[in-house]
Write a protein that binds this ligand. Structure first.
Ligand code: GDP
Ligand code: MG
Length: 167
């Protein structure tokens, strides 16, 4: 199996951290500061007969007045169009206007969209993820939902198994 996989989501949800974790190396810069990823970053993972090419993207930015924001939005939007699968990252604790903006762009995607609920290491118990799952279900019919911790590696193998299933 092979394919291009876009990692999209609002700034700071953990897209670059997830890419680094999947690849096992620090290929994309991560930071608490938003707008750390300004271009598309490609990461290739080859395992046996599988070759997955991940596209880390800048988050989409609501304020389009700034040229840098427009540039980053273009990079993020074009990544969504030319891939075989989209990983839509959200934070486990809240749904924001920025998530809504990403979702609006995603509705044009012609490939499956998997929601990745990140930062579950910050939950005291697993039940606390249910409000986010309900929020997601109310907004769109996604192909799959996987909770992970990109930072701690929680559920990474499950996520990669789901990815392989959709390619
Ligand atoms: P990006 O803007 O979506 O690429 O986000 P980054 O990957 O740069 O991460 C933003 C911040 O969230 C950084 O401080 C990361 O360490 C942190 N972060 C990312 N994933 C996780 C996670 O699974 N758990 C926790 N607690 N923090 C995370
Ligand atoms: Mg980033």
């Amino acid at each position: 199996r092979c394919g291009f996989i876009a990692i999209v989501g609002r700034p700071n949800v953990g897209k670059s951290t997830l890419l680094n974790h999947i690849l096992g190396q620090k290929i994309s810069i991560t930071s608490r500061k938003p707008q750390t990823t300004r271009h598309q970053v490609l990461g290739i993972k080859t395992e046996g007969a599988n070759q997955f090419i991940y596209v880390d993207t800048p988050g989409l930015h609501l304020k389009e007045e700034k040229a840098l924001n427009r540039y980053m939005n273009r990079a993020a939007s074009s990544a969504m169009k030319d891939v075989d699968l989209v990983l839509f990252l959200v934070d486990r604790d809240r749904w924001t206007d920025d998530d809504e903006l990403v979702l609006r762009n995603l509705k044009n995607a012609r490939c499956p969209v998997i929601v990745v609920i990140n930062k579950v290491d910050r939950l005291d118990d697993k039940g606390q993820i249910l409000p986010m799952i309900e929020t997601l279900q109310a907004r769109h019919t996604f192909d799959h939902v996987v909770p992970v911790s990109a930072l701690r590696g929680h559920n990474r193998e499950e996520l990669e198994a789901v990815i392989a299933r959709f390619l």
